[in-house]
Design a protein around this ligand. Structure first.
Ligand code: ADP
Length: 401
């Protein structure tokens, strides 16, 4: 089945054309600077990248038309006709409590995604724009794959905040969690790598990218995850603070006399590795600065890794043990010093690194645990687009065949 995978953001649309189940990615690309000057379209087939610069501002519908044109172009296309595309899979950030599974897009599903806008005001509207634009230019089934769906198996004691319960009833304030497709993918890959059934494993998955979250997966089901109502909670991230005393927010607003928007910006865009280091949110640069003896860079790494270690400990307790720890995403897949520091002192839980294997495993899958350790530590490159493609195929087959 040929499936177009779309990730529509406010000013960009990322795409991949998949041929499932065996042929993989035929082409991919990014249309960026939507709605502003100087739009850009980068299209990649195999290792060849072509850039187009549309000469006037574009909207989401035009962006999708451009990427479809590129896919059928005689020069750098990979299909002869648009109607070779069998379905479209959309990444949708927030599915609230309505979606614990991917869903075939219908008018009711679009309404339900709209109802989740207050929970993800920056993400769901552009996701919807992608869906609506596609409906205009393609007459094929479309499927929504939600970042929150995998976490819907959490028990109320893991997702309810200790606020007046009416806030849950009235506003649906609770823990939702994000990066669900990534946690789902690497947890299943981990079971495969170990030749075990996921139903018999206690897995902790650490997705460490610019955004970062960590999830406890017991017997194949998410039982807890570090992101909350929004992606701000939990681990220290590139520019997000993760867990803090909520009273700090009130204190800062009062002391600095800043409004909700500025405070939101401070916590989401100015904090994390960037905030502590004062220089950068890019982990590679923080590592370099720390190696050069810059105190705040070293401190940022210490705080970053200590937070991960605490969560691993908490989730080990929550699951009554741990069989596998998985590292994924930009930092998890590549940054061996972070992996080493994050698991320091966790020998009591059976999590022991092999330094050589850890150092050698950069950007590739591998088992980096010491031979005799009772738990495994794995590095698994994530592949959210693969999950979106296979989920789309599954939902289309279930609903339409
Ligand atoms: P996003 O959340 O934007 O998808 P990524 O998963 O691409 O983020 O991760 C970005 C982070 O990964 C950055 O902090 C970057 O410094 C880090 N990273 C990427 N490659 C390496 C590497 N080789 N060594 C250390 N860190 C890396």
């Amino acid at each position: 089945m040929k499936i177009l995978v779309l990730n529509s953001g406010s000013s960009s649309v990322k795409y991949q054309l998949w041929d499932t189940p065996d042929k993989g990615v035929l082409a991919k690309g990014l249309v960026s600077r939507i709605g502003i000057d100087d739009p850009l379209h980068q299209h990649k087939v195999n290792d060849r990248e072509i850039e187009f610069a549309p000469d006037e501002p574009i909207n989401h519908e035009k962006a999708i038309q451009l990427l479809l044109d590129a896919l059928v172009s005689p020069k750098h296309g990979v299909i002869a006709r648009i109607d070779e595309i069998d379905a479209v899979g959309h990444r949708v950030v927030h599915g609230g409590e309505k979606f614990s599974d991917s869903a075939l897009i219908t008018p009711e599903v679009i309404e339900a995604i709209k109802e989740c806008i207050p929970l993800a005001p920056l993400h769901n509207p552009p996701n919807l724009m992608g869906i609506i634009a596609c409906e205009k230019v393609l007459d094929v089934p479309q499927v929504a794959i939600f970042d929150t769906a995998f976490h819907q198996t959490m028990e109320p004691y893991a997702y309810i905040y200790a606020l007046p319960y009416e806030f849950y009833d009235e506003y649906k304030i609770r823990r939702y969690g994000f990066h669900g497709t990534s946690h789902y993918y690497v947890a299943h890959q981990a079971a495969k790598m170990l030749g075990k059934r996921i139903e018999e494993l206690k897995i902790i998955t650490a997705h460490l990218g610019n955004g970062a979250s960590i999830t406890a997966v017991k017997n194949g089901k998410c039982i807890d995850t570090s992101m909350g109502l929004t992606p701000l909670e939990g681990l220290v991230m590139g520019t997000r603070c993760g867990d803090i005393d909520p009273a700090i927010v009130l204190f800062i607003m009062e002391q600095k006399n800043i409004d909700i928007k500025a405070t939101n910006n401070l916590l989401n865009k100015k904090s994390g590795l960037l905030g502590i280091s004062g220089a950068t949110n890019d982990l590679r640069d923080v590592l370099k600065a720390s190696a050069n003896g810059v105190y705040r860079a070293k401190l940022a790494l210490d705080v970053y890794c200590y937070r991960i270690r605490k969560y691993i400990g908490a989730y080990t307790a929550a699951m009554g043990g741990v069989d596998v720890l998985v590292f994924t995403a930009g930092i998890g897949e590549n940054a061996s010093p972070i992996r080493k520091k994050a698991v320091e002192g966790l020998e009591f839980a059976g999590l022991i690194l092999d330094d050589d294997k850890n150092n050698r495993t950069v950007g590739i899958p591998g088992d980096i645990s010491a031979k005799d350790a009772s738990a495994r530590i794995l590095v698994i490159p994530t592949n959210e687009e693969l999950v979106i493609a296979t989920e789309t195929e599954r939902i289309v087959n279930e609903n339409l065949n």
